[in-house]
Design a protein around this ligand. Structure first.
Ligand code: BGC
Length: 578
């Protein structure tokens, strides 16, 4: 059943409620419309600060909660400390003493009823950095009560039951999928990891009710309520069924053709959203991982780049990835205990300058498209189902050898990042700078990025030349960071962990270890899955992996199916070892 009236939207961060500015309604011919009710501009303001100790970025969102547009705006507020304006954007910022004034930037002067604009600025300060408590727009107070209904908690606000917490993984267990757990436990030695939490994948419409007699979404959620036993529990579900899915690869092509956006909405997202909104599941912390690889593909695998594919060109042109992801965000984000995390590729993909900024832009456009807002985004996930290390302990991007930067090595090849954690932290800043909430958190899929075993370096490589140094230092054992299918030599990575590092909400196992990435030769199937030669160990590559051999294991089944030999290799090469 589709839901046409989503429940009232919730907002994260301080919300300041409305003042009302009455305006005169003039009809055609300038006659006063005496009987018409007066149109009104009314405002609320969201304020957030991304604070790094000696300075911060302030993001101020003006919401027009009245019923008429305003055609210009001047926002005023005051700090109580020594905050000093450095530079601002999306408005003309000025400061006099503790008073801050922001005028519209011209292009964003009009705020339609129901719309918002955000302006941001960097400040320096010392001592304390209390958030301002009152705001006005065009002299009209937007004063309110931070911590009021719908506010999940600014500093010092304990929130109300059911409110989203900052990091859902803190203080919570994570759901163990009994179906994966049974498969893992059936493998020799598998009981060492069978109790680990892994993602539950909704990889086709039929998965919602369960495929081949397996558990459906409600079965998993009921089981999750049991596992929670009254305590806090995170349930991780992967939303993965876009029209034209997997446009740069074939192994995870899905059931919906490029134009089937309506089926995606009504037969997939609406159905999932209705189930997640069931009050029986209201106490779970439901983490959604939204549409792996889709938006990054629209940045990197499009014409005129050498890496373009016709399918990604199609999905960029028809807009259905953006439409689908924004719809998923708004519909799932309307469920108060859902935490949406958007897939953001990985360091060896989005880490280059020409992909980094444009990806953050596209994420912001998508998160503000349709009914979605940045409040629907709790964070981002990197390295989903991929193999890039969390950290590279033996070299950094700042190293050089004989005066040559590691950025010039064949492996790094001018990337700005050498591992996923530094990438996730850097990209988080970029996303916040693009207008995402300052409280967003990152997840890293560490299911298969351990690279232990006998080939693992135990220290930095020789400083004879930059390539010897990087190749001797790096844990990432792939032939190229563009390789993604059933990688030979890979091991299980860090076990799932809450809040492991600054800006990182958790290490998670979203890809269930032992489930194939794609078949190593063509295998007919009824799941829409294609054969991608990146899963064929004899393949010599294409522009998307810079023409390197695939590094894939032989004898692999189609994606999602159990691949015992891979599972065994992952355990053998686990790091930390099992
Ligand atoms: C497949 C999905 C599967 C998932 C988890 C993806 O590559 O396309 O069908 O559910 O991996 O293994």
């Amino acid at each position: 059943m589709s839901r046409t009236n989503p429940p009232p939207r919730r907002r994260r961060g301080a919300l300041f409620t409305a003042g009302v500015l009455a305006a005169t309604a003039l009809g055609t011919g300038g006659l006063m419309q005496g009987t018409a009710s007066a149109a009104a501009f009314a405002c609320s303001v969201n304020y957030s600060a991304n604070d790094w100790g000696s300075g911060f970025t302030a993001n101020v969102t003006i919401n027009n909660v009245g019923d008429t547009a305003t055609t210009n705006w001047t926002l005023a507020y005051a700090y109580s400390g020594n905050q000093r304006l450095q530079s601002g954007w999306n408005g003309t910022w000025s400061q006099s003493g503790q008073n801050v004034t922001v005028r519209d930037a011209g292009w964003n002067a009009r705020i339609a009823a129901g719309s918002s604009v955000t302006a941001s600025a960097n400040f320096n300060y010392s001592g304390t950095n209390a958030a301002p408590t009152s705001f006005s727009v065009n002299g009209i107070a937007c004063n309110g009560n931070p911590g009021g209904p719908g506010d999940p908690g600014g500093p010092g606000d304990p929130g109300t039951p059911g409110d989203r917490v900052d990091n859902p993984y803190v203080g919570a267990d994570v759901y163990v999928n009994p179906e994966w757990s049974a498969r893992a436990a059936a493998e020799p030695g598998g009981n060492r990891i069978a109790n680990q939490p892994t993602g539950v994948w909704m990889d086709r419409i039929a998965a919602i009710n369960g495929v081949n007699g397996g558990m459906g979404l409600r079965d998993h959620l009921d089981e999750a309520v049991d596992q929670a036993g009254g305590d806090d529990l995170v349930f991780q579900v992967v939303i993965y069924n876009l029209p034209g899915r997997d446009c740069a690869a074939l192994a995870s092509n899905g059931e919906l053709g490029p134009t089937e956006i309506n089926r995606y909405k009504t037969e997939y997202i609406d159905v999932i959203a209705d189930i997640l909104a069931d009050p029986a599941y209201a106490d779970l912390r439901i983490v959604t991982v939204i549409e792996i690889d889709s938006l990054p593909n629209l940045v990197t695998n499009i014409s005129p780049r050498a890496t373009a594919t016709p399918q990604c060109d199609t999905m960029l042109a028809n807009g259905n990835y953006v439409e689908g992801v924004s719809y998923a965000l708004s519909e799932l984000g309307a469920v108060p205990n859902v935490y949406n995390y958007i897939d953001a590729g990985h360091y060896g993909w989005i880490g280059w300058d020409d992909n980094f900024g444009p990806s953050a832009d596209l994420f912001y456009q998508t998160a503000t498209h349709g009914q979605a807002t940045v409040d629907d985004v709790h964070g981002f996930i990197v390295n989903t189902a991929n193999y890039g290390p969390t950290t590279e302990p033996y070299y950094t991007i700042n190293d050089s050898v004989n005066g040559t930067s590691v950025r010039q090595s064949s492996w790094v090849d001018w990337n700005r990042y050498v591992d996923n954690q530094s990438f996730a932290q850097g990209f988080r800043q970029e996303l916040v700078g693009n207008g995402f909430r300052s409280g967003i958190g990152m997840l890293i899929d560490t299911s298969r990025n351990g690279w232990g075993g006998s080939d693992r370096p135990s220290g930095p490589g020789p400083r004879t030349d930059v390539n010897a140094y990087v190749d001797g230092s790096r844990l990432d054992g792939r032939l190229n960071t563009g390789n993604w299918c059933n990688q030979s030599g890979a091991g299980l990575g860090a076990r799932p962990t809450a809040a492991p590092a600054s800006g990182i909400d958790a290490y998670v196992w979203i890809k269930p270890p032992g489930e194939s990435d794609g078949s190593s030769s063509a295998i007919p199937n009824d799941e829409g899955k294609g054969f991608d030669r990146m899963c064929d160990p004899t393949y010599q590559g294409n522009p998307r992996n810079n023409n390197h051999p695939s590094g894939a294991l032989a004898n692999a089944p189609i994606s999602g199916h159990w691949f015992s030999a891979q599972f065994q290799q992952l355990m053998t090469n686990a790091y930390p070892p099992l």
